[in-house]
Write a protein that binds this ligand. Structure first.
Ligand SMILES: Nc1ncnc2c1ncn2[C@@H]1O[C@H](COP(=O)(O)OP(=O)(O)OP(=O)(O)O)[C@@H](O)[C@H]1O
Length: 643
């Protein structure tokens, strides 16, 4: 028998036992009462991936099936081949229980969990049933999925992370205070009170410990009061005590009616005892599925008894790796341990497992069918489980401002702007309006400075946020449009304040056109231009979704804009004339010249600097089109971000 979860929980001193009664009560309110039991069944689940590999046929190890039947040895130089990751895996996870998926690295655990959590991008074969029917959106929303890597905002504190999550994921009908209380309850339940006000951190930002970060990830998923909680290697990187505490917590959560599925690499024997069911995988094939406590008896019955006391998990991993210690004294015939276990499983266990699961699924299907059509639909909470669009926008905006407070208006950022402004102001100190070429140089410097600054600040935004965005979108936390708009709005304060400070300094020091209208128009042009440049940076970042590639492309684009901006070359060859019309720097530069020189343009400037250039109306129209166009491209590119 698996140990009583509450006992195990208490006996190893889990923080929940020390949690204040009030917090525990809140927990009951928000995280227990509405939990509907969910039986998860998966029958004959297989998954293959296509991969292109040079000389595929020559290299193919066992288990790889060439999709080109005609390819001979040494095959085509770049042949597409299929690799089987999962081969007909069948099993079941029941409410109130923990199912552990064991297996060596690369055996397919993460792939199976992604399929069960509806997070796999590709298509798989076989059936997954939640409550007797294919998982609907409602089930997916009530599925907590904790990926192997902790994908969290590193600069938010533990409390902020969970409160924002509660605001976004709990039903909109619940008052804000109740959502905050639910977050506090999760903090108490997972023993995070001591580090609640510490930033989460990551590999680059010092924050909470690895175990605490993992618990924050779990808390993030617990907040939806999941019926089904799927965790990929939640104990990786934890010492054995921390791992046991975590699994005891998960076991206690299961006892409250949830279905918990977790993969685990190397459980200790006390952790193993907390698993109700176990699924053992080897190279995508099932070697065992059944009660954790029955596993050793099963392996003994098919000729693989260890002969002495051993941690069942260690023994099972040895088997799944095909590793048989000399002193195991196996009685089974044949040399290949893995093959022998696969065929034993297919002969002995698989028919029983499938029969029992099929019978259970049919009974469940009949029951939900008899309960009427309304029951079969996703529960109403699936739609109301998130805030309204305006609510999402406000919460995401607040979160985005908090997440980036460390980089907003920092002394470094201010220095980055004020220093060049002072240098430029000093270089062009009280410049004469008649020194036209000098002034054109200043206006072009301003254009290129803000083009580069704004676009490079924006280009990293989406590549950096991609993992969090993908995870949050996969769990249906918010609409992409609300995220996108909040991101735009969150950037505004810095985008408007810094260029304004820069313009004031340079304008006054360089003694540009003193008319208030000219100053106001210059400022308006620069601010609009910053927003357009930011749009280009966002679009390039969203399309490339890779910081290095995006910044390389951005450098090339900005260098092209520098050349085609209209300052360096006037006698452009006919076949390159079009290039300047693609450049926002060009439009900004033309507008700044128009504001400074207005009707005197023809008298003061050489004809080649005036003739054939875009007029102010065309420049404004082009900047407006670019403002919307770049943002549209960024938005459409973001729609591809999934899982
Ligand atoms: N899209 C893919 N393309 C190619 N190979 C893939 C793909 N997805 C998974 N694999 C391969 O399938 C195998 C199983 O991967 P999976 O991540 O499921 O293993 P795992 O048991 O979770 O391993 P670990 O314990 O190391 O995380 C690995 O060899 C992996 O390289």
């Amino acid at each position: 028998m698996p140990p009583n979860a509450q006992d195990a929980h208490g006996s190893i001193g889990l923080p929940v036992t020390a949690a204040p009664a009030a917090a525990a009560n809140k927990m009951d309110c928000f995280l227990t009462t509405a939990c509907t039991p969910l039986n998860l069944q998966f029958i004959d689940v297989s998954y293959r991936v296509k991969q292109t590999e040079r000389s595929a046929a020559a290299k193919a190890p066992p288990g790889r099936i060439s999709s080109h039947s005609g390819a001979g040895a040494g095959g085509a130089a770049a042949a597409a081949e299929e690799r089987t990751i999962l081969r007909g895996v069948t099993g079941e996870a029941r409410p109130g229980e923990v199912l552990a998926v064991l297996g060596p690295s690369g055996s397919g655990k993460s792939t199976l969990l992604s399929i069960l959590g509806g997070r796999l991008a590709g298509r798989h074969a076989g059936t997954v049933l939640a409550g007797g029917r294919p998982p609907c959106r409602g089930v997916q929303r009530r599925t907590g999925f904790v990926a192997q890597d902790d994908v969290l905002h590193p600069h938010l504190t533990v409390r902020e992370t969970l409160v924002f999550c509660a605001m976004l994921r709990l039903p909109r009908a619940a008052p804000a205070a109740a959502k905050a209380a639910a977050a506090e309850a999760v903090i108490a339940e997972l023993g995070l009170a001591a580090c609640a006000d510490t930033v989460v951190g990551n590999a680059f930002v010092r924050g909470v410990s690895g175990g605490e970060r993992k618990r924050v990830s779990i808390g993030h998923e617990m907040l939806v009061n999941p019926n089904l909680l799927i965790l990929d290697e939640p104990t990786s990187g934890l010492d054995s005590t921390a791992a046991a505490r975590l699994v005891a917590t998960l076991s206690a959560l299961a006892r409250k009616g949830r279905t918990v599925v977790m993969s685990v690499h190397q459980p200790s024997s006390r952790v193993y005892r907390m698993f109700d069911s176990v699924l053992l995988l080897a190279e995508g094939s099932c070697l065992y599925f059944g009660a954790g406590r029955d596993a050793m008896d099963y392996f003994a019955s098919v000729g693989f008894a260890p002969g002495f006391h051993v941690n069942p998990a260690d023994f099972m991993l040895d088997l799944a790796n095909g590793f048989a210690q000399a002193d195991y004294n196996f009685t089974a015939e044949g040399g290949n341990v893995k093959q022998s276990l696969i065929s034993s499983y297919n002969k002995v266990l698989a028919p029983r497992v499938k029969a029992s699961i099929n019978a259970g699924a049919a009974a469940e299907h009949a029951q939900t069918g008899n309960d009427g059509a309304a029951e079969a639909q996703p529960p109403a909470e699936s739609c109301s489980g998130c805030a309204s669009w305006a609510g999402q926008f406000t919460i995401l905006l607040r979160r985005s401002l908090k997440e980036r407070r460390h980089e907003t208006f920092t002394s470094l950022r201010v220095f980055q702007i004020i220093a060049p402004a002072l240098v430029a102001g000093a270089m062009w100190w009280r410049s004469s309006p008649l020194a036209v070429q000098d002034r054109l140089g200043l206006l072009f410097f301003v254009s290129i400075f803000w083009g580069v600054f704004a676009s490079f600040n924006a280009v990293f935004a989406f590549p950096q946020e991609r993992p969090v965005l993908a995870r949050e979108r996969a769990s249906g936390m918010y609409a992409l449009s609300s995220y996108f708009m909040s991101r735009m709005a969150g950037d505004l304060p810095m985008e408007l304040a810094l260029p304004t400070a820069f313009t004031v300094i340079v304008y006054l020091m360089a003694g540009l056109n003193p008319a208030p209208a000219a100053f106001a128009l210059t400022l308006a042009v620069i601010l609009s231009y910053v927003l357009v440049a930011e749009g280009l940076g966002l679009a390039v970042g969203a399309v490339m979704m890779d910081a290095k590639r995006a910044s390389t492309l951005m450098t090339v684009i900005m260098l092209a804009y520098l050349l085609t901006g209209g300052f360096y070359v006037h006698n452009v060859p006919g076949f390159m004339v079009w290039a300047k019309y693609t450049s926002f720097t060009y439009y900004c530069y033309r507008l700044l010249i128009a504001v400074q020189y207005g009707g005197h343009l023809r008298r003061l400037l050489p004809p080649e600097a005036v003739d054939g250039e875009a007029g102010p109306g065309a420049c404004v129209a082009a900047l407006v089109a670019m403002f919307f166009g770049y943002r549209m491209v960024a938005y459409l590119a973001l729609r591809r971000v999934r899982k």
